[in-house]
Design a protein around this ligand. Structure first.
Ligand code: BG6
Length: 460
């Protein structure tokens, strides 16, 4: 086969998942409730088709077979997340969870698939949420205990660690726009939660570096949404810059550069929104920058200047500064409603090279959600040519970024198999493998065969 897009030797080919979204066994073997288990009990109607997180894709029971399926399609890396409420229900270590995660990690390694381990993917233990969740500095310290416990238990074999996946999502969902528990709308709390998350992150990085893991890397996974202005007029440019500050740089800068952007601090100060801090926080952030950045990229953010001035008596919100812009003619994923803009992935990588010291990175999520995907079944297999095209067109831009010396080391699809996705439950399907929700049977989609060939040739 002729390979036009050849990737560097050792490129990471794999996919991503998270504990709550695939494990199931939500009430088994000592796992405590997390906020999703609780919220679903309270308000099942807010979840698509009233489906909750109790079973999800049943990975807790099927992981051995699933790992064979990963191997089958050429994965050399795979991301899981650990469930805090499974591993440390009520703060005590749960030996059954240790056995489970040890077994998953060992099984992956035995099959030449390197485990990438993320510590937190939206799933705050419910008991800790009752104590304030990320609003509370005490919960930050509990997270650091949990992180250090994970490093001690699994750090002899796991060499790629991530403190958080998309830390902005619990901020937006839980404290601004009502799509995550605790469903509060309060920008001041949102800022505090965002800040505490980054303090928790820096403290976990610090704890990690106290171990002797010379060959291991620690990082964070951020959903970066390049912010494009409607035009080059100053008002649009300012709107786009502020959206970038709120949604990207408020996490990217402290994680990679060890400090918050001055313009962000000035805006928060002007509006009385600065979080409360502890002495020594600045130094903590400065000393504990990351080794490796996970980039989740789905779609860009298009922004225009605010058309109507906000009501000066309304509570502060980030969207006081910009409106979203529905650019005419933009390409859409009509099966999910998100924009497709492949070059965005390249723009992110170039920005990392130019403004973030060319930090080592990898694409930790990219993918195409499709509703009612069964309609594309032919001869028993989902013919997801649209997903192949989506991945290929993004990979071409990743390849271009590599030609221009961007330090990008791999590509993970969201997701390995169809999984439960928070309020959207099973609405949008993302996997290389489909999952029959009645029988839990996994079936490869056309894209699974395609990615196998890409991994085998290290290109396409
Ligand atoms: C990503 C999250 O941003 O989006 C995943 O990390 C999530 O946890 C995925 O499942 C897809 O979201 P949705 O709403 O299309 O199912």
């Amino acid at each position: 086969m002729e390979v036009n897009y050849q990737f560097p030797q050792g490129f990471w080919w794999g996919s991503a998942t998270s504990a709550t979204q695939i494990e199931g066994a939500a009430n088994e073997d000592g796992k405590a409730k997390n906020i999703w288990d609780h919220w679903y009990e309270q308000e099942p109607h807010r979840f698509f088709d009233n489906v909750g997180p109790s079973k999800t894709s049943d990975f807790y029971h099927t992981y051995k077979d699933d790992i064979q399926l990963m191997k089958e399609i050429g994965h050399n890396t795979f991301r899981i997340s650990l469930s805090w409420s499974r591993l440390m229900p009520q703060g005590e270590l749960n030996q059954q969870a240790v056995t489970f995660y040890n077994s998953v990690i060992d099984e992956l390694i035995a099959n030449d698939i390197e485990p990438f381990v993320n510590l937190f993917h939206f799933d705050m233990p419910f008991d800790l949420q009752k104590q304030g969740g990320w609003e509370s500095r005490e919960v930050v310290d509990k997270y650091v205990d949990y992180a250090a416990t994970c490093f001690r238990l699994f750090g002899d074999r796991v060499t790629k660690w991530f403190t958080f996946n998309e830390p902005i999502v619990p901020v937006e969902g839980g404290y601004l726009y009502d799509f995550h528990y605790p469903n509060i709308v309060d920008a001041k709390k949102a800022v505090q939660v965002a800040y505490h998350t980054m303090i928790a992150h820096a403290k976990a990085v610090q704890a990690f570096r106290q171990f002797d893991f010379t060959h291991s890397k620690i990082g964070i996974i951020l959903n970066l949404t390049p912010s494009y202005p409607r035009s080059n007029n100053p008002a649009d440019l300012r709107a786009s810059r502020i959206a970038d500050l709120f949604f990207n740089r408020s996490f990217l800068d402290p994680a990679v550069l060890g400090e918050y952007p001055e313009e962000l601090i000035a805006i928060l100060k002007e509006h009385g929104q600065l979080p409360s801090t502890f002495e020594g926080d600045k130094e903590l952030l400065k000393r504990n920058t990351i080794d490796l950045l996970g980039v989740n990229y789905y779609q860009p953010r298009r922004v225009k200047a605010k058309e109507h001035l906000p009501n000066p008596y309304a509570p502060f919100m980030p969207d006081w500064f910009f409106d979203n812009y529905e650019m005419p003619g933009r390409k859409m994923n009509k099966y999910r409603g998100w924009e497709i803009y492949e070059k965005g992935i390249y723009d992110i990588l170039i920005n990392l090279k130019e403004n973030y010291g060319n930090i080592a990175s990898f694409i930790s999520e990219n993918g195409m959600g499709v509703q009612d995907e069964e309609r594309f079944i032919e001869n028993g297999e989902i013919q997801d040519d649209y997903r192949i095209e989506f991945i290929r067109d993004h990979l071409k831009w990743v390849h271009q970024a590599i030609q221009e010396d961007c330090n990008v080391k791999g590509y993970h699809l969201w997701a390995f198999m169809d999984n439960w996705s928070w309020m959207n439950a099973y609405k949008n399907r993302y996997g290389f493998y489909s999952v029959n929700l009645k029988t839990m049977k996994r079936t490869p989609k056309k894209s699974a065969h395609w990615i196998k060939s890409v991994a085998e040739h290290n290109g396409f």
